[in-house]
Write a protein that binds this ligand. Structure first.
Ligand SMILES: *Cc1c(COP(=O)(O)O)cnc(C)c1O
Length: 344
């Protein structure tokens, strides 16, 4: 129980905290990965921690159906599908995205787990914003499901609402026990900032439990007016929801916006190079949308001296590996990796 809320405990925690020996030597820092990519359902990833709370809430309310939203390749949707299957619930994903031309990566895994995916083509809704289209389609689909007798529980993008922050609140506590057992002092935690629930959860756990961690977030897509303003707005809502006793200002949030490469989930050469570097140095696979950009940022911050020599750094591996198998990333990688194939 955290902040008065209960969860279902289905996760294989604590997840491993593995030292990256070769990277640490080469970069001159003490680098660990927190392996939330090897969590135990639906091929793993960070959303499973948030869903421990969200699905508990859904089941307490008697829900029979989890409805969530995201892009066509949402990792969060895939993990919602996994937990729905595990607890005998139904699930569906609504994405305002065109059909990508093939059923691969997360879309394939969604189908394996029996989850419906609604791909809404924005061209059929002229003059409307993406969020208007999303709201309309979710309302329409919810009504249809309710007519069939389902009780629908709605989970917002990335599971990032107030309750969802508790997943990474708990992770901060778990990680801090691990770093303490290793005798690490002044630990910088580097994590991806997408829908922000992971980052804000880590910050809330750190502040409220007075943990010796510093959380650096690396944003993977642009945001207006700024990421700090968006995190602050999310914090204010969450503070009210849980009646938290402390305040935070925009400047308390260490969110770096220099590594978005201008768009969400776009193929980027530097990011692929960072991903290959991790693969070749440590045998660990990152993803091109989230952790690849985060690791690219981490490497650049080491190069620039923002992350200092000898620093203790924990990067959270939030998962997302299926993203490597999506068409637009895979085609770029196939060109670069072709020399590794020897037809003899
Ligand atoms: C969703 C996601 C993130 C970002 O987490 P948020 O809580 O949305 O900020 C990072 N990595 C992967 C692989 C994800 O699927």
């Amino acid at each position: 129980m955290t902040l008065g809320r209960e969860k279902i405990n289905y996760l294989n925690t604590p997840t491993p905290l593995d030292r990256m020996n070769r990277l640490s030597d080469e970069l001159g820092i003490n680098l660990y990965l927190k392996r939330d990519d090897v969590t135990n359902f639906g091929t793993g990833g960070n959303k499973l921690r948030k869903l421990e709370y969200l699905v508990k809430d859904a089941m307490d309310q008697g829900a029979t159906f989890l409805l969530t939203v995201g892009g066509a390749q949402t990792n969060h949707g895939r993990l919602t599908a996994a937990i729905a299957a595990k607890y005998g619930l139904k699930a569906a994903i609504v994405a305002v995205d065109p059909y990508p031309g093939e059923i691969s990566a997360n879309l394939l895994l969604d189908g394996i787990m029996g989850c419906d995916v609604y791909l809404v083509n924005a061209e059929n809704h002229p003059g409307k914003t993406e969020s208007e289209i999303m709201a309309e389609e979710c309302a329409r689909i919810t009504l249809e499901l309710e007519k069939r007798g389902e009780k629908v529980y709605y989970i917002p993008v990335g599971g990032s609402n107030e309750l969802g922050t508790l997943g990474y609140y708990d992770c901060a506590v778990e990680l801090s026990k691990q770093t303490e057992a290793l005798g690490l002092k002044d630990v910088r935690v580097v994590t991806t900032v997408g829908s922000m629930g992971t980052y804000l959860g880590l910050v809330l756990g750190t502040v409220n439990e007075n943990l010796p961690l510093h959380i650096t977030g690396i944003a993977i897509s642009p945001k207006e007016p700024s990421h700090k303003a968006a995190v602050k707005e999310y914090f204010d809502r969450t503070k009210k929801y849980f009646d938290l006793s402390f305040d935070l200002t925009e400047d308390d949030f260490d969110v770096v916006a220099d590594y978005t490469y201008g768009a969400y989930n776009n193929p980027v050469k530097e990011v692929r190079e960072a991903l290959y570097y991790m693969g070749r140095m440590e045998g660990i696979i990152l993803d091109p949308c989230y952790t690849g950009k985060t690791f690219t940022g981490l490497l650049d911050m080491v190069k620039k001296g923002i992350i200092k020599k000898g620093e203790n750094v924990v990067m959270i591996h939030t998962g997302g590996i299926p993203g490597n198998y999506t068409k637009h990333h895979r085609l770029e990688m196939e060109k670069e990796l072709a020399p590794y194939i020897h037809i003899v």
